[in-house]
Design a protein around this ligand. Structure first.
Ligand code: KG4
Ligand code: ZN
Length: 348
């Protein structure tokens, strides 16, 4: 029996992604983004994203099939992100997938976007290890997951209670006048700054939130970044009120250190307290040089083996949906039919 040929569709945010895999082999990963259309608004506008998905969907499908050298008839299954994400954006991908399934008679699988960020790991290094955790950091999410079984047993250990980490980068970049999306700009600028210049707050690290390993507090493994964003805004205001030049690089470096310090500290804590010995890093912020370095350093100190897929597989894409779909098929999972809906706040 050969491994299943699966086409995956992703449209939960601004990326229209089509991926085709055979089992754990990546055949193609076509991504077109509407980010340029959102730049002038300083954030993703749902209506614009949905329309862009509609424009991009069929050409992206054609391109992906051509690139992989397969036809719809060759497919064993179709997989699509059904949530979480932007409602209208999700609907475009799900409608396209249902139409394809209906026309071809192929089985259709509704895929959880968060779990797909983990499932993509099989495309880079094969089967996922046991005792696996996943740290997902992007413009839409900041989560630490325990992955007992990719297709049936994934548990949310902690998440942000307000802004996602990437969102915090984007908001702070805006405060500093660095444009949108601001993550890469802050990453670059931070290299010239002193991360210890300003001590910004580490959200939810006080004892009342942390508790102890035996008696965990209410937010032991959770993050909060909105207070940090406010602290950066206050800091900028103070410099401006005093008529002083803004030490932009120092602020960027200090902000980044606060984000990365608390993300990595809590992720490693959640892993060690749950017997997790392997960690997969995913999401667009996995491109951040400081996050990569400190995650490596702290995982290594805690005896946790770190896996970071190539960045093209960390940002939103269709290959991750196809990869998880193929895992579900290989595990004998039931197709979802075509009656399922989208769920913007689908839990893991
Ligand atoms: O995964 P992604 O492409 O889309 C979703 O948000 O789902 O992630 C985009 C986010 C943006 O917030 C962007 O500012 C951030 O990832 N980002 C970075 C870096 N590259 C992208 N943040 C910090 N450092 C980077 N090098
Ligand atoms: Zn994502």
């Amino acid at each position: 029996r050969t491994d299943p040929l699966v086409l995956g569709i992703e449209s939960s945010c601004d990326e229209t992604g089509i991926g085709i895999v055979r089992g754990t082999d990546l055949l193609t990963n076509t991504v077109s983004s509407s980010m340029e259309e959102h730049v002038r608004f300083g954030g993703v506008i749902p209506e614009i994203a949905s329309r862009a998905h509609l424009d991009a969907m069929v050409p992206a499908l054609q391109a992906a099939l051509a690139e992989a050298g397969v036809t719809l008839a060759d497919l064993d299954a179709i997989a699509v992100t059904s949530g979480p994400g932007l409602s209208g954006a999700l609907m475009v991908g799900v409608s396209a997938a249902k139409a394809l399934a209906l026309a071809t008679g192929k089985p259709l699988y509704a895929i959880n976007h968060l779990v797909a960020h983990v499932g993509v790991g099989v495309l880079d290094g094969g089967a996922l290890p046991e005792n696996l955790g996943a740290l997902l950091v992007s413009g839409g999410h900041t989560e630490i997951l325990r992955v007992a079984d990719l297709t049936s047993d994934v548990e949310l250990l902690g998440s942000t209670i307000d802004d996602a980490a990437g969102e915090a980068y984007d908001k702070v970049a805006r405060i500093l006048g660095l444009g949108y999306p601001g993550g890469p700009a802050i990453d670059r600028l931070a290299r010239e700054g002193n991360p210890k210049a300003i001590r910004f707050p580490r959200g939810l690290t006080q004892p009342k939130y942390m508790g102890t390993a035996e008696a965990p507090g209410p937010h032991r493994y959770d993050w909060s970044f909105s207070g940090l964003k406010t602290a950066v805004a206050r800091c900028v205001e103070q410099y401006e009120a005093a008529g002083q030049d803004l030490p932009v690089a120092d602020i960027a470096a200090s902000f980044q250190e606060a984000v990365v310090d608390v993300i990595t500290a809590k992720a490693v804590l959640a892993c060690t307290e749950h017997g997790i010995t392997n960690l997969l890093l995913g999401g667009g912020v996995a491109a951040n040089s400081r996050l990569r370095a400190l995650t490596e350093e702290r995982c290594s100190a805690a005896g946790i083996k770190l896996r970071v897929p190539p960045i093209s597989l960390c940002t939103d894409n269709g290959a991750m949906v196809a990869a998880l779909g193929a895992q579900v098929v290989m595990a004998g999972g039931e197709p979802s039919g075509i009656g399922f809906g989208t769920d913007p706040s689908l839990p893991v």
